[in-house]
Write a protein that binds this ligand. Structure first.
Ligand code: NAP
Length: 308
């Protein structure tokens, strides 16, 4: 069993920032980041709203820098996927899928969130055969093909812009005519000739036998159903917190599966903290994840210093 002062579960902006504060407070700090440490930003192209970068920074580059910064400061980063967290008072035991166990004086849960799916017929069967939730990862395979993007948030709009660079036609399907995406990004999309908006519509079926051939669209105002031929469907309808593994643990979740935290990022268990998208109902931003990670890192360091 590995012993540590602070175990951080998750290696996105929240986990990395918490680790920076933990290690700089003198704590032995381990980040269990899963097979691909870095979180959702690894799937983001250009980030223009994370302060400190004059020009847009790639999500991969930003996370790579954060991980390297952690390592330079002495944080140990492992690829363990934590599947169980036990204990109602310090020290806590975390078990990884590999069987590795950690005993930690304090724990910060920074497990992030993952793509939400539409849950319509055909979607699950054709995942990896034209249905994707990551334009950055899979967009390349759709060069020269016509695609659909579903959603009205920043992810959908940025995915549409990204895909429009190499797809002849990108149709953005959104269930209403108002957007969550930033005005600047919406304007860029509206000014891109090969992006078409299909508003007040939902994809209610993904058609195709071995690969996607069309999206069935339903207009939510008129009820009219049409088929839109396409080769790929990129689903960008938000995220769900990655907390299913905590069910059965003493850590309290809300009805949406978010870890409940107070102002100090404390959970209901003294010594277990949480930060980032797994706690965030509304403002899922890298800088906010980093900010709550900083709070959790400071609060957890204070806890460890009182308990070791
Ligand atoms: P989001 O902002 O929650 O938007 C999700 C979109 O999907 C909404 O437009 C929503 O419609 C729609 N939607 C949800 N469930 C649906 C369903 N079942 N069927 C059809 N449509 C559905 O999610 P996001 O775009 O992934 O962004 C998440 C967070 O990351 C946001 O805070 C965003 O600002 C941030 N982000 C920032 C950047 C950036 O700044 N560079 C890039 C990407 C993401 P309604 O609007 O009708 O609810």
């Amino acid at each position: 069993m590995k012993q540590t002062d602070l175990l951080i579960i998750g290696a996105g902006p929240a986990g990395c920032t918490a680790a920076i504060y933990g290690v700089r407070a003198g704590l032995k700090t381990i980040v269990a980041g899963g097979a691909m440490p870095g979180g959702q930003l690894l799937q983001t192209n250009d980030i223009e709203n994370y302060a400190g970068f004059i020009n847009p920074v790639g999500g991969f580059e930003l996370m790579d820098n954060m991980l390297k910064q952690c390592k330079r400061l002495g944080v140990e980063i492992t690829t363990d996927q934590i599947v169980k967290l036990e204990g109602t008072k310090t020290p806590f035991t975390a078990t990884a899928a590999s069987g590795e166990q950690y005993q930690a004086t304090a724990v910060i849960i920074a497990a992030g969130a993952s793509a939400r799916w539409l849950g319509v017929p055909g979607e699950e069967k054709l995942r990896g055969h034209g249905v994707s939730a990551c334009a950055t990862c899979d967009g390349f395979f759709f060069k020269g093909k016509n695609v659909v993007v579903v959603g009205g948030g920043n992810t959908a709009f940025e995915d549409a812009l990204f895909l429009s660079q190499f797809c002849p036609s990108v149709t953005l399907v959104h269930r209403r005519d108002g957007f969550r995406a930033d005005a600047v990004t919406v304007e860029k999309v509206k000014n891109t000739a090969n992006i078409h908006l299909q508003l007040n519509c939902v994809v209610d079926d993904v058609l195709g036998t071995d690969k996607v051939t069309a999206a069935r669209l339903k207009n939510v105002q008129t009820g009219a159903v049409t088929e839109l031929a396409c080769d790929g469907i990129f689903v960008a309808v938000g995220a769900v917190p990655q907390t299913a593994w905590l069910k059965g643990s003493p850590v309290e979740l809300d009805e949406k599966g978010l870890v409940k935290v107070d102002y100090h990022q404390r959970t209901n268990i003294d010594g277990i903290f949480a930060a980032g998208d797994c706690t965030e109902p509304e403002f899922r931003q890298a800088s906010i994840a980093a900010g709550t990670g900083a709070k959790a890192g400071i609060a957890a360091s204070n806890f460890v210093n009182l308990h070791r």
